[in-house]
Design a protein. Structure first.
Length: 344
């Protein structure tokens, strides 16, 4: 059987011919121009639907130098915090008529660099980025900024000042209140499972941990402080090392909830009573922490608020017509909150 003939793609010229109007009038009507009469707009839309006309957004974007598309680079879409932020961003941008291209770096710096180049080539109107754990040099984003493309960093952000908007959680306070809570519930031998210090997140959370310990005049056992990728396997290995000696921790602060869950599993397997003999606190308020037994105390990061603030900031930058972050726009810090549950 012969292949069916490919459907003809009707153009503005076809609609103009059918309605005996100029192509310019058709174009304005399709764009919702205020000077086109409502009857004309309705007639054009009706004829466009009848002819099966589909507007070529790419071509329109090339003419207007706007694609109404925003790029987003995240470490991993599967992470609860980023999944929530992405949902809020996408819903928010849709209200303003923008589409979102979501890219995943898998915490690979090489992939992050490649994605930044791809999104620049795709002519996105702006870029949102939460960087990898290993991103120290942020110069691969410079091409976008030099091209006049606004860049908004969130969560994992540059440590040094950048010509871009920055939105982050109050990670220092998160580390401080988590550690202080363990101390106030009676802990004196506190361990800390943290992430690589190449990331602003773990620098800040570690600083909060250190300050709380110093203020309460408690010693920090360096053998109980870990800076590593916060995976389930790494957390269990850290727990094994901490509990192989005669003196063991009575409190553990982990910089993500995956590590807190691993710590709780280890304690359960070894017959360590939680919270009687060991108290555990995580970070991020992953839904798993509320349904596991015992439920895990954690730090709420308010991802929806982060996403809303990203959209608000991005719209302000796009309206201003450039990427320059002037002196009045300071880095935005989202507050965090202790969520106490049964592990403390």
């Amino acid at each position: 059987m012969a292949n069916p003939k490919k459907a003809q793609q009707n153009t503005i010229l076809d609609i103009a011919e059918a309605l005996k109007l100029s192509p310019a009038t058709i174009s304005r009507a399709l764009s919702g121009h205020p000077y086109v009469k409502e009857k004309t707009k309705n007639d054009v839309l009706k004829m466009a639907a009848q002819l099966g006309y589909r507007r070529n957004k790419m071509a329109s974007g090339l003419r207007s130098n706007k694609t109404h598309t925003i790029g987003l680079i995240v470490p991993r879409i599967s992470m609860f915090f980023h999944a929530e932020v992405i949902t809020t961003i996408q819903n928010g941008l849709h209200k303003y008529g923008y589409n979102l291209i979501i890219c995943q770096s898998n915490d690979s710096l090489d992939m992050e660099k490649e994605l930044a180049e791809i999104l620049l080539s795709s002519r996105v109107d702006a870029l949102i980025a939460a960087c990898t754990l290993h991103t120290i040099d942020f110069s691969h984003f410079d091409k976008l900024l030099q091209n006049g493309t606004p860049v908004v960093f969130y969560d994992r952000v540059p440590l040094n000042e950048q010509n871009a908007a920055i939105i982050k959680g109050d990670d220092f306070r998160g580390g401080y209140i988590a550690t202080t809570h363990l101390i106030e519930t009676g802990c004196k031998r506190i361990a800390h499972i943290s992430g690589p210090l190449t990331s602003n997140l773990y620098q800040d959370r570690s600083s909060g941990f250190q300050q709380a310990m110093e203020q309460h005049k408690l010693p920090v056992n360096k053998n109980w402080v870990f800076h590593q990728e916060l995976t389930h396997t790494n957390a269990r290995e850290a727990m094994r090392k901490m509990f192989e000696g005669a003196v063991t921790p009575d409190g553990i602060f982990t910089d993500n909830d995956t590590s807190a869950i691993a710590a709780l599993e280890f304690a359960r397997e070894k017959g360590i009573n939680v919270p009687g003999n060991l108290k555990i606190i995580g970070y991020s308020n992953d839904p798993r922490t509320s349904i596991i037994t015992p439920s895990i105390t954690t730090i709420e990061q308010f991802p929806e608020e982060v996403g809303e603030k990203i959209v608000e900031t991005l719209m302000d930058l796009l309206k201003s017509g450039g990427n320059n972050v002037d002196e009045r726009i300071q880095p935005i810090t989202i507050p965090v909150q202790l969520i106490r549950r049964m592990t403390t």
